[in-house]
Design a protein around this ligand. Structure first.
Ligand code: F6R
Length: 600
């Protein structure tokens, strides 16, 4: 979602701002801009569309400055056009903003009555006008900023630059994450650590309602009443390699191919963390798992594992629904919040809600310093490394690995298995990295299938058991990056309505692992094949061996295990990737999507 950068330095910061914006392009955006302060006052340059449009504009301006802010905007209030792009500036102050100002309409009305003219439809524009209002009353920049903050309602992170205080850059956090960084060449700020330049070797995340005032060599942290806060920065080294696609055409392709390694790393780290878990699975009555999107599908798959393997009851919720259904949470329960970014606004709000109900809370996140990691009572990290492609791939399978490892551990804590059964599940987990590498060798076949979807309008995915939520994930992956309409269904549900959508040649992906549901899944396949569907069955050799010749197949590695959805996920990712490639969409930054969804 929207991204913030800022820098104050002894050298020209314009290249740093552009590099920072380029590093956070992956978050998803539809316009970009920067503001700098120099002898001419505040200069704001912004453009609708990709960062290249802003770069082209700046190459004509040859701007230079020691201090500046920048932003990539993902439209919420007002269209994605130049007027609505950030920074929003008055003559005296420029602001970049992530989040939402909830009382902006009231403030805007009042400021208009005071004679301020608005030029955008955004909620953000009230902020510079409000600060200007207090500057006009004779307040200092810092006092005017604090005064304005006291009037704002909502969640936000701000970078603020004053014409008459170019020796300082201000950063404010309320609800939305913001990090400041320091290195030998100066200080900077960013909405995440990816935004920070390579020379940064120390960082600090701002806490709620803190204001950081940065100069080129130091910073001061205060609360909104000016009280100084003392906190030391942590050492930091940027993962520059994540920004490169290396030999791959897209980040998504690279990330799909990193899975043998990310699964191995996540498995190793999760196994090590089990003895430190601050609760006892044996005493747990119920598990609640809350997440959004792909992370929610990981939770749905895990429900099958916890219930079947560990006999632990599980409720799964979409985070945006969780709080509003007044859930009945077991006092002897645990609520787990899954989020790759660790910043998803709905998941974070759900976590805070569960906390107020006195629940034990845990996070499963990929970003160790994220808000969900910091606010849950404990967290487990997926060791997927930075995920840049908007569509989640390696983070999803890493989430599944954490959940599978937890489910097996829960089973042994709850004495659900004999030693031999538990040993077999451990062997299954250990086999995953090698099997994932095997699944990647199917790319040629997946490419062929993906390309064949080019002229389709619809595609369907069906599965049973833990492969039902995987069918939902397969459909999500395909639709979000290729823009083809795709839906997933429980295979047994088709005849209760969706089968009316089946017509001649429509592709139906049938997830058919060799397990006790295979016969039933294949019977569901027959129902759609009989109505003209083009069935593509994914399964192991034994699932596929007796299928009629007109049924297409994709043979997965032999793995008769509850954890086989992890391998099927890789094949579905490759099919979606190649379909998108054939359709010529922007694979890494699909339209309208953001990597980190920080608004509810
Ligand atoms: C889809 C995708 C999204 C995210 C969802 C939650 O490929 O990536 O559906 O899974 O926005 O994001 P996190 O996991 O960061 O909370």
């Amino acid at each position: 979602m929207c991204g913030i950068v800022g820098a104050i330095n002894h050298h020209n910061i314009v290249p740093d701002l552009l590099q920072g914006l380029s590093n956070i392009e992956y978050r998803g955006y539809d316009s970009a801009g920067i503001a700098i302060a120099n002898q001419a006052g505040l200069i704001t340059v912004k453009r609708q569309g990709k960062l290249q449009c802003l770069r082209d504009q700046l190459s004509q301006n040859k701007l230079r400055s020691y201090v500046g802010i920048g932003h990539t905007r993902w439209a919420t209030h007002g269209k994605p056009n130049e007027a609505n792009a950030h920074p929003h500036s008055t003559a005296e102050v420029s602001v970049v903003h992530n989040g939402i100002i909830e009382n902006y309409l009231t403030l805007r009305q009042w400021l208009c009555a005071e004679g301020f003219n608005f030029s955008s439809d955004t909620d953000t524009e009230v902020i510079p006008h409000l600060i200007s209002y207090f500057l006009h009353q004779g307040e200092s920049p810092r006092a005017a900023l604090c005064h304005a903050l006291s009037k704002l309602e909502g969640a936000f992170a701000l970078g603020v630059l004053f014409r008459d205080d170019p020796e300082h850059l201000y950063a404010v956090r309320r609800g939305s994450p913001l990090v400041i960084g320091q290195g030998d060449q100066g200080l900077c700020l960013g909405s995440d650590t990816m935004a920070l330049p390579a020379y940064i070797d120390r960082i600090m995340y701002l806490e709620e309602d803190e204001i950081a005032c940065l100069s080129a060599d130091s910073f001061e942290l205060t609360d909104q009443h000016g009280k100084v806060i003392t906190r030391t920065m942590q050492a930091f080294s940027a993962d520059q390699s994540a920004q490169q696609t290396h030999t791959h055409q897209h980040h998504m392709h690279r990330e799909i191919h990193q899975q043998p390694e990310t699964i191995r790393d996540t498995l190793r780290h999760t196994r090590r963390s089990l003895s430190d878990l601050p609760f006892d699975f044996n005493r747990l009555e119920r598990l609640h798992i809350v997440a959004c999107g792909t992370s929610y599908y990981a939770a749905m798959i895990a429900k099958y594992w916890f219930e079947q393997i560990a006999r632990l009851p599980v409720d799964v919720d979409i985070a945006s629904e969780f709080r509003y259904r007044a859930p009945l949470l077991s006092q002897q329960g645990l609520s787990l919040f899954i989020s790759q970014s660790g910043e998803t606004a709905d998941t974070l709000a759900a976590l805070r809600y569960a906390d107020t109900l006195g629940q034990k809370t845990g996070g499963i996140v990929n970003v160790a310093q994220s808000s969900i990691a910091r606010e849950s009572r404990f967290h487990l990290q997926t060791h997927a490394g930075a995920e840049i492609g908007v569509a989640s791939t390696k983070a999803f399978t890493a989430q599944l690995v954490v959940l599978a490892t937890l489910a097996v551990y829960a089973a042994s804590c709850r004495n659900q298995h004999t030693f031999t059964e538990n040993y077999q599940l451990q062997l299954d987990l250990t086999a995953l990295p090698g099997l994932a590498a095997h699944a990647l060798t199917l790319e040629g076949h997946c490419k062929h299938i993906g390309q064949s979807l080019k002229n389709c309008k619809n595609a369907f995915f069906i599965g049973r058991g833990a492969h039902f939520p995987l069918a939902l994930e397969g459909a999500l992956k395909l639709k979000e990056i290729s823009y083809l309409h795709a839906e997933g269904f429980g295979a047994g549900e088709l005849k209760h309505g969706p089968i009316s959508l089946i017509e001649q040649g429509v592709p139906v992906f049938v997830l058919a692992p060799k397990n006790q549901l295979l016969e039933k899944t294949l019977a569901n396949m027959e129902e759609v094949a009989a109505r003209g569907a083009r069935c593509i069955v994914l399964g192991e050799q034994q699932s596929l061996q007796n299928l009629p010749a007109h049924i297409e197949t994709l043979q997965l590695p032999e793995f008769e295990s509850p954890f086989s959805p992890i391998l099927y996920a890789i094949a579905l990712q490759l099919i979606a990737y190649h379909a998108a490639l054939a359709l010529g969409t922007d694979v890494d930054q699909p339209r309208n999507l953001a990597k980190s969804v920080t608004v509810e």
